[in-house]
Design a protein around this ligand. Sequence first.
Ligand code: AQP
Length: 326
Amino acid sequence: MRSRVFSGIQPTGVIHLGNYLGAIKSWVDLQYKHDSFFCIVDYHAITVPYDPADMRQRIFDAAVANIAAGLDPDVATIFVQSHVPEHTELTWLLNSITPMGWLGRMTQFKEKSEQFKENVNVGLFDYPVLQAADILLYKAEVIPVGEDQVQHIELTRDIARKFNSTFGDTFPEPKALLSPAARIMALNDPAKKMSKTLPGSYIGISDLPAEIRDKMMKAVTDAGPTPGQEMSPGTANLFTLLKEFSAPETVRRFQEEYDSGAIRYSELKSVLADDIVAALAPFREKREELLGKPVVVKNILRQGADRARLYARETLLEVKGKMGLL
Ligand code: AQP
């Protein structure tokens, strides 16, 4: 039997190169090899401050962006988390076996509660249990994510193991699958990860060519190459992007120039920006096309939720039965 893949993305307005290279790109490859579920996780997105007037559009935009990036509704199940109420129901059941100490250790919770001091809500604390429910509801085994999510997948394994040992074997223990570019760094501050809440850090996959060039030219590098020593984080980040977007001969050429000390970072940035613009062109075209077909997109999401619910209901019945609730 083909193993099952689950992954999610928050409808938080912007999909950047980190999201794309860390997660979406590998989803596109995996969907043809596995039974795949891809979810727009709106319940996760409401755990930080947001404008309700924008949310509907952001969910729609996230669906459009992912389909335009290559998710194929004919082979993968693409749906919105809040359309499948079993996600929150399983969360409650899993809450009852998850120690608070496990959640208090989560790096994302610590960072977000620092970032949103005025609104450290229970949902933000419980976020990883909802994520565990997302995954376990489909008994998914392969979870393609960026490096920042590995800790949450480990926690999901712990929750699965605890459930299995308490109530009997039910869930497989899922594994994080990291892409070769699992941690893209901020362009303006390479010590931090590229992130939509860090202004100037990211290139969005729907950015216009001029914006892409402008952001790339401002990327932080260093005073000059240091052949034989470790590359500075900013330059290493540009080489990671170069390996993803440029031809192997281009990568080789800049690597040789770096090694000989002859590299000009302005030239590297300019070539890289052009290659990113070219690579994203088909995406921009497809996105424009889908934005003009809202009914088609909504139907994809409705059919996705209908299919997802078939699996979700079955798992929930099994779990409730094992917990003595049926
Ligand atoms: N910089 C990154 N490098 C590689 N992968 C990344 N991901 C996110 N940032 C990077 C991966 O993208 C997937 C979708 O994640 P998400 O929807 O939870 O987005 P996020 O992590 O909230 O994105 P941001 O921009 O980092 O948001 P903020 O600013 O809110 O923290 C996940 O698989 C994630 O690992």
